[in-house]
Design a binder for this molecule. Structure first.
Ligand code: SF4
Length: 346
C-alpha cells in the first residue's frame, strides 16, 4: 500500500489499441477493427497502486501491455515521468525504449511458464543485470543474494532450478527478477491469480512491503476483486476496451456508481477456482469488434434509458465524489443532448 501519492509517474492519454479485421480472399483489406483498448485515460501517481479490473475480454491486460510497449499502440500517449525527464512510451523508438525497459518491469500470472526451467534461480534473477551490463561476477552474485532475501528466499536457493519450488516461491522468484532492476513502475498482470488463497495473501503482503521499501508504483491487473480491494488505492473498471469507472478503492467497493461496476461487485465467488465471479446480469461481454451503438454496456444494463443506445457516454466526475463514471445516469441532460448532436445520433 502507499504513502501519500502526489505526482504522476505515468499519464495515459487517449490510448487506443485496435486490431484490424481483414477481409477474406486474395486481396485482403481492413474491413473493421477490434477496439481492444479504446480512448483510455488515467494518471498513475508515484507510490500508488492502481487496479485495472474487468471481465476476461475487457481490455485490461491489452491496456497494460500496450503501455509497456509489448504491443504497439494504435494512437494516444503514455507519458512516463522518470529520472527528471518525460518520455512518451507510445511514440518512442525501440532503440530509445531499450534503456527505459529497466524502469518498467512486469510480474506475470503464471510463475510456472514465466521462468526458464533450464536456468538456475541465480541466473534467472541476475539475468536482467547482465543484459543491461549493470553488474557481473561477485557484485552480481551479491545483488542476487540480497534480492532473494528481500523476497523471502535464501541465498542457497540460487543454485536450484524453478521446478524445485512451490507456486508461491516461484512467484517470489518472478518478483525478485522484476525488482532487481530497481524499476519505477511494476505491472502485475494477474500476479496472484494462479496461487492458492493462503499463498495469495503472502505474496500480496510481500508486494505491499516491497512497495514501501522501494517506493514502487504498481499497475495491478486483476479480475479477482477481493485481491484488488486489499492492495489497490484506486481502481479503474474496464468494459469493452474503455474505463467505465475510476474511483478510490474504498469508495468503489462501498458505493459503485456504474451499473457494470455494481454487477461486478455483486458477483459471488464460485467453488470452482477457475471461475472467480458469477454475474447476476445476463448477456455476454460486448464484442470489441462489433460494439453496439451508444453505451457498449446497454444490452446488459438494467438501468438503460432513452439516450443509452444512441449516445456514447464518457467519464464524468460524479457529483460530490472522487469517482468518475462513463454513464448517462451521471451526465447532465444538456451535455447528453449536445453530445447526441455532435455524435450525429439526432
Ligand atoms: Fe446503463 Fe445507460 Fe449507464 Fe450505459 S449509459 S451503463 S446503458 S444507464
Amino acid at each position: 500500500m502507499t504513502t501519500s501519492p502526489q505526482t504522476p509517474l505515468l499519464q495515459v492519454r487517449n490510448l487506443c489499441k485496435h486490431f484490424p479485421i481483414m477481409s477474406k480472399g486474395f486481396a485482403r483489406r481492413p474491413i473493421g477493427a477490434v477496439k481492444a483498448v479504446d480512448d483510455v485515460n488515467f494518471d498513475l501517481m508515484r507510490g500508488e497502486t492502481l487496479g485495472l479490473v474487468g471481465e476476461s475480454g475487457s481490455g485490461k491486460t491489452t491496456c497494460a501491455r500496450t503501455i509497456l510497449r509489448a504491443l504497439s499502440p494504435t494512437s494516444g500517449q503514455a507519458l512516463f515521468h522518470v529520472d527528471g525527464q518525460t518520455v512518451d512510451l507510445a511514440q518512442i523508438s525501440e532503440k530509445d525504449l531499450k534503456p527505459l525497459r529497466q524502469k518498467m518491469q512486469m510480474v506475470f500470472q503464471d510463475p510456472f511458464s514465466s521462468l526458464n526451467p533450464r536456468m538456475t534461480v541465480g541466473d534467472i534473477v541476475g539475468e536482467p543485470l547482465l543484459i543491461h551490463k549493470l553488474a557481473r561476477g561477485k557484485e552480481l552474485q551479491d545483488r542476487v543474494d540480497e534480492m532473494l532475501l528481500k523476497v523471502g528466499l535464501r541465498p542457497e536457493h540460487r543454485q536450484r532450478y524453478p521446478h524445485a519450488f512451490s507456486g508461491g516461491q516461484r512467484q517470489r522468484i518472478g518478483i525478485a527478477r522484476a525488482l532487481i532492476m530497481k524499476p519505477a513502475l511494476v505491472v502485475a498482470d494477474e500476479a496472484v491469480s494462479a496461487l492458492d488463497v493462503s499463498v495469495q495473501a503472502q505474496v500480496i503482503n510481500l508486494l505491499a512491503d516491497l512497495q514501501d521499501e522501494f517506493n514502487l508504483t504498481y499497475l495491478f491487473v486483476a479480475h479477482d476483486l477481493s485481491v484488488v480491494r486489499h492492495i489497490c488505492d484506486r481502481v479503474a473498471v474496464m468494459y469493452a476496451g474503455k474505463i467505465v469507472e475510476l474511483a478510490d478503492s474504498e469508495e468503489l467497493f462501498e458505493n459503485p456508481r456504474h451499473p457494470y461496476s455494481q454487477a461486478l461487485l455483486s458477483a459471488v465467488p464460485s467453488i470452482d477456482p477457475d471461475i472467480k465471479m458469477n454475474f447476476d446480469i445476463g448477456g455476454e461481454v460486448a464484442d470489441a469488434g462489433k460494439l453496439p451503438p451508444g453505451c457498449p454496456f446497454h444490452p446488459r444494463c438494467p438501468h438503460r434509458f432513452e439516450p443509452c443506445d444512441k449516445v456514447v457516454p464518457w467519464l464524468e466526475v460524479v457529483e460530490a465524489s472522487n469517482t468518475s463514471a462513463a454513464c448517462h445516469l451521471y451526465i447532465p441532460p444538456e451535455k447528453i443532448e449536445a453530445a447526441a448532436l455532435a455524435q450525429g445520433s439526432k
